[in-house]
Unconditional design. Structure first.
Length: 259
C-alpha cells in the first residue's frame, strides 16, 4: 500500500461503473457522431465520462480534470485526473471488443496512479507509483524477450493518416524487423499488454494525454521503459511514445530514428 491507494480505489470503482455503461451499450446500436473524417464519438463516450467525473469530483472536489470529451477543469490544483471514458471508440462502434475505460491521476506533475478496464474481457489493470502493477489483483511484469525479431509489437495511426501518412514508413520497417505487428486501436490497452508481457513493445505518434496516462503508470510499474521516439524521457503532453519491455527498446528506437 502506498499513499495513493485511496485514490486508486476510487478510480477503480468509477471505472467499474463506467464499464457497466460500455457493456450495456455494446450490443445495441446507438448514434455515432464524427469529430473528424474518421474520428468518432458516441453517446456512450459522453455518458461514461460524465459518470467518472461525477464520482471522482464528489470524492475529491478540489482536484482538476482533463478528459477526452471536452472535460477541462484546470485550476492549478496539485491533483489532476486524466480520463479517457472510452478508448477505442471506433472498435466499440463496430462491435469489436477491444476498448476500455482509462483513468490516471497526476500529482504535482507526476503520474501516480492508473486504471485501465476492458469491461468485455473483464480485465482490470491497475498501478500506483511505488506499488507495482496488477491485472485483476495479480502482479504483472513485462516479458523477458530480448530480440526484436522474436517480439510482438503494436502501434496505432492518427486520425489524419489519410492526409499525413504518419507512421506508415515505421510500420513497414517493423513488419520486416519484428516477429509481427498488431494495430488494435486502443493505446491504453496496448501499453497494458506490454506491461503484462503479451506485447514486447508499442510506439505511436500524435497521441493525447488521456490516451497514454494510465497505461504509462501501469507499464512503468511493471518494469517497462517509456521514452519519446528519440530516447528522451516520455511525457504524456508530448504526442509521441515508444514503450517496451526495456530489452528491445534500443532496437525500436533505431528503426524509429531511421524513419
Amino acid at each position: 500500500m502506498t499513499g495513493y491507494t485511496s485514490y486508486l480505489d476510487a478510480a477503480r470503482d468509477a471505472a467499474r461503473e463506467a464499464g457497466d455503461i460500455l457493456r450495456r451499450d455494446y450490443r445495441r446500436a446507438g448514434p455515432v457522431s464524427f469529430k473528424g473524417e474518421i474520428d468518432l464519438v458516441t453517446e456512450t463516450d459522453t455518458a461514461s465520462q460524465a459518470l467518472i467525473h461525477e464520482r471522482l469530483a464528489a470524492r475529491f472536489p478540489g482536484h482538476d480534470f482533463l478528459g477526452e470529451e471536452g472535460l477541462r477543469k484546470i485550476t492549478g490544483a496539485g491533483f489532476r485526473w486524466i480520463i479517457d471514458p472510452l478508448d477505442g471508440t471506433t472498435n466499440f462502434a463496430h462491435r469489436f471488443p477491444w476498448f476500455c475505460v482509462s483513468i490516471a491521476l497526476e500529482h504535482d506533475g507526476a503520474l501516480v496512479a492508473g486504471i485501465v478496464f476492458n469491461p468485455i474481457m473483464g480485465e482490470m489493470f491497475t498501478a500506483e507509483a511505488g506499488g507495482g502493477a496488477f491485472l485483476n489483483g495479480e502482479p504483472i511484469r513485462v516479458s523477458a524477450t530480448g530480440e526484436l525479431g522474436r517480439s510482438l509489437v503494436a502501434t496505432g495511426f492518427p486520425y489524419d493518416v489519410r492526409e499525413s501518412r504518419t507512421n506508415m514508413a515505421a510500420h513497414n520497417r517493423f513488419l520486416l524487423a519484428a516477429q509481427a505487428v498488431r494495430r488494435c486501436g486502443s493505446a491504453a490497452l496496448d501499453l497494458c499488454y506490454v506491461a503484462c508481457g503479451r506485447f514486447e513493445g508499442f510506439w505511436e505518434l500524435k497521441l493525447n494525454p488521456w490516451d497514454t496516462a494510465a497505461g504509462a503508470v501501469i507499464l512503468a510499474e511493471a518494469g517497462g521503459r517509456l521514452t519519446d521516439l528519440r530516447g528522451r524521457p516520455a511525457d504524456i503532453y508530448i504526442p509521441e511514445l515508444c514503450a517496451s519491455n526495456g530489452l528491445i527498446h534500443q532496437a525500436m528506437l533505431d528503426i524509429l530514428r531511421e524513419t
